[in-house]
Design a protein around this ligand. Structure first.
Ligand code: IPE
Ligand code: IPE
Ligand code: MG
Length: 240
């Protein structure tokens, strides 16, 4: 923690929490066992970000594409979600964390949606870390839903096509008002984005780690922030 420079923190960290299934398989267990064991890693990541003073943390929890998994796994994840949100909200609230959800909430089972809405309402006035849970989310979905809103605004005459710019567009993305992602971490060893925050990660520093999500601890998050602080972010410019 002492090696981290607090005036060069990523403002927005996004995580692709991958590797739960392999973690379970290597123990001869069902995939859901891996998802259950990923919760401690979520808790540690949230705590580390809150303690450091990171503004926004966006966790890829369930993608649009994940609906295509076997029903048993999808149902297991949804049940786990209902239980975990209920269990974790008091702790989040105590830590001044503001819970939010991004993604197609209408696609979620009623109980998961209601629990999430309750948690969002309980924590809505908190002023610390903003925790975005990406559920039934994909980057393309986000871009499409923003485009639909823009198209309606143009159709109704509220705005002209010429008024559409990056600023207007990003205001309609589900992560608004979070700034763009500074650091994108993927666990589980694969080197891909899997349709995550496509627009928002345009200039993110990417960090791919071999550690499987259930093994991810606070120390990994701190190491990731340290690695981020060694990166030379040029944003297309030169230094001299
Ligand atoms: C990530 O772990 C969690 C979700 C996608 C819900 P996986 O379930 O994808 O685990 P692996 O990649 O198969 O090990
Ligand atoms: C990405 O992991 C989605 C989440 C972590 C929620 P996946 O395991 O679904 O992605 P792929 O299949 O490796 O691209
Ligand atoms: Mg995976």
């Amino acid at each position: 923690m002492e090696e981290i420079s607090l005036n060069n923190l990523p403002k927005h960290i996004a995580v692709i929490m991958d590797g739960n299934g392999r973690w379970a398989k290597s123990r001869g267990a069902l995939r859901i066992f891996g998802h259950q064991n990923g919760i401690k890693a979520v808790r540690e990541t949230v705590e580390a970000c809150a303690e450091l003073g990171v503004g926004y943390l966006t966790l890829y929890t369930f993608s649009t594409e994940n609906w295509g998994r076997p029903k048993m796994e999808v149902d297991g994840i949804m049940d786990l979600l209902v239980k975990t949100i209920g269990d974790e909200v008091p702790r989040l609230h105590k830590n001044n964390v503001q819970l939010k959800c991004i993604g197609d909430m209408d696609a979620l089972p009623e109980k998961a949606r209601r629990n999430m809405e309750k948690g969002i309402d309980t924590t809505k006035n908190n002023t610390g870390l903003v925790l975005n849970i990406a559920l039934s989310y994909s980057g393309k979905w986000d871009i499409i839903q923003a485009t639909r809103k823009l198209a309606s605004a143009v159709k109704s005459g509220e705005m002209t096509p010429e008024e559409i710019d990056e600023e207007q567009f990003s205001r309609l993305l589900s992560t608004y008002p979070a700034p763009e992602v500074d650091l994108l971490i993927r666990t589980g060893g694969d080197h891909r984005i899997s349709n995550y925050l496509l627009w928002q990660s345009a200039y993110a520093e990417l960090l791919f780690l071999d550690v499987l999500w259930p093994d991810f601890r606070k120390s990994h998050l701190l190491d990731a922030v340290r690695a981020f602080q060694t990166r030379d972010r040029r944003f297309g410019k030169t230094h001299d």
